[in-house]
Design a protein around this ligand. Structure first.
Ligand SMILES: [Fe+2]
Ligand SMILES: [Fe+2]
Length: 184
C-alpha cells in the first residue's frame, strides 16, 4: 500500500473512514451494479456496508476514467474487479472505530498490527484483532467468497493482489484498480 506511507496519507485515510459514514448508494448506482454483476456477485456487493459499497462504486468509475482510450484494458473485467475488490469486508464485521484504529496501527506499527490480527469476533480486544485481520487479509477473503460462487480466475487473481506492490508483467486491470483504489 505505497500510497499510505506518509502521515498525510494516513490522516486522509482516517478521515475517509469517517466521511464515508454519510455515503449513499442511489438507484442509479444499483442499476450500475446490476448491469455489471451476476446475481451472486450482487449479493456479495450488497453484503458490504454502504460506505464500502460507495467506495467500490467510486473506484469503479475512477478506474473506467483511467482506462479510457487504452486498448489493452478489458474495461468489463476492470469494472467488475473494482466493484468486487473489497467484498471481503462484510457488513457488521468491523466497526468504524476499529477500522480507523486499524488504519492507525498500520501506519504506526505495521508488522505488529499484521501479526496481531486474528480472525474471530468476541469481546473488545477480539473485535479489534478481527478488524486488523480483515484490514490486512480482505483481498484473500474477497477472492475466497468470489471463488465460492464460481467467479473466473482472472478476476480472482486481480482481486487477490490488489494491495500487493506493483510488479512487472501484471495485468493492466490490476495496475489501474490499484491507482483508482488509492484515489478513493
Ligand atoms: Fe482493498
Ligand atoms: Fe478498496
Amino acid at each position: 500500500m505505497p500510497g499510505w506511507c506518509t502521515s498525510t496519507a494516513m490522516w486522509r485515510r482516517v478521515k475517509q473512514v469517517f466521511a464515508a459514514l454519510t455515503a449513499k448508494v442511489a438507484a442509479a448506482d444499483r442499476e450500475f451494479v446490476a448491469a455489471w454483476l451476476t446475481p451472486g456477485e450482487q449479493a456479495l456487493f450488497f453484503a458490504m456496508n454502504v460506505p464500502d459499497q460507495h467506495h467500490a462504486l467510486q473506484v469503479a468509475h475512477a478506474a473506467r476514467r483511467l482506462a479510457a482510450g487504452r486498448e489493452n484494458v478489458d474495461t468489463g473485467l476492470l469494472t467488475r474487479c473494482a466493484l468486487l475488490h473489497d467484498v471481503g469486508k462484510v457488513k457488521g464485521d468491523v466497526s468504524t472505530f476499529d477500522k480507523a484504529l486499524a488504519v492507525l496501527a498500520h501506519r504506526l506499527a505495521p508488522s505488529w498490527a499484521e501479526g496481531w490480527g486474528r480472525p474471530g469476533r468476541g469481546g473488545r480486544v477480539a473485535n479489534l484483532r478481527h478488524a486488523l485481520h480483515v484490514y490486512f487479509r480482505h483481498p484473500e477473503r474477497s477472492a475466497a467468497l468470489l471463488a465460492g460462487i464460481g467467479a473466473d480466475e482472472r478476476l480472482l487473481a486481480i482481486i487477490r493482489r490488489h494491495h500487493w506492490p506493483p510488479s512487472p508483467g501484471e495485468p493492466p486491470e490490476l495496475t489501474i484498480l490499484r491507482e483508482a483504489d488509492d484515489l478513493h
